[in-house]
Design a protein around this ligand. Sequence first.
Ligand code: UDP
Length: 324
Amino acid sequence: RQSFQFHRTSSFGAKTGRVPVGIGRRRLRIVVTGGAGFVGSHLVDKLIDRGDEVIVIDNFFTGRKDNLVHHFRNPRFELIRHDVVEPILLEVDQIYHLACPASPVHYKYNPRVGAKFLLTSTSEVYGDPLEHPQKETYWGNVNPIGERSCYDEGKRTAETLTMDYHRGAGVEVRIARIFNTYGPRMCLDDGRVVSNFVAQAIRRQPMTVYGDGKQTRSFQYVSDLVDGLVALMEGEHVGPFNLGNPGEFTMLELAEIVKETIDSSATIEFRPNTADDPHMRKPDITKAKELLNWEPKVPLREGLPRMVSDFRNRILNEDEGKGN
Ligand code: UDP
């Protein structure tokens, strides 16, 4: 059974009238799975802004209509409530696959179609890395039976399937390995460190540092990621490519920056760490720089304030909602 079919027919260009977009380019019809989510909705903004047609498929498991409401009156935008594990027939040119079902990867697609397929994989494929920083050639250090392995191994399997379709069926594919990303529209309470610290500092609660706080992560602002995804889709190279900001911080350093940004009286509180937490993570982005001509532009100290204003508004609305 094919659970995910996207068709691009030869009549597609005629159907859309080959409307020129920018200089010498026709309008593309693009599917973004998970387009109501944090990263997906920013990607949709960019694709709509540049003049393309966008179809979002989202089951709203973690995505929110609020993230897309500003496009609802746009005739170039469509939103379908749909779970990507079920079949759907659409005629499109490109597929950005951002939807990430919690279950093992169920997506498949008709290899005859001709749509370009971009998989958003993750830095978690490197597990608790023994190589630092991580290059795309590193095979990773993942515990196959751990609490995080459903995500890590799921994405590793997704990469495997993507490459199998590429090699075996000639599907044009792209693979991005996304490192920790933050920005406006991030879920308030899904437990990521940046969203936790920012929401806690705004609510005047202590910031919860897991473990000793000396583990490191590299935080990328969402607009840099979106630029990288589009450069990857449009470029000639399959990847995988690391998309992340090489600026590396301990969780204690991050807490300090959040404190400086939001509230100088913010405090921290230590909590036990989760199992199999990677000790360090930092992308080597040499490959993306050379082959995609991409590198992040927004450092943490610039990106964080942009996220904080969005969080303040949403937390304020939430509190008002509770009062009603
Ligand atoms: N973390 C933390 N406090 C929190 C949430 C997370 O100290 O409230 C730590 C977590 O243990 C991990 C790091 O922050 O070492 C990044 O966690 P996150 O879930 O944001 O991303 P991932 O582990 O997937 O990189």
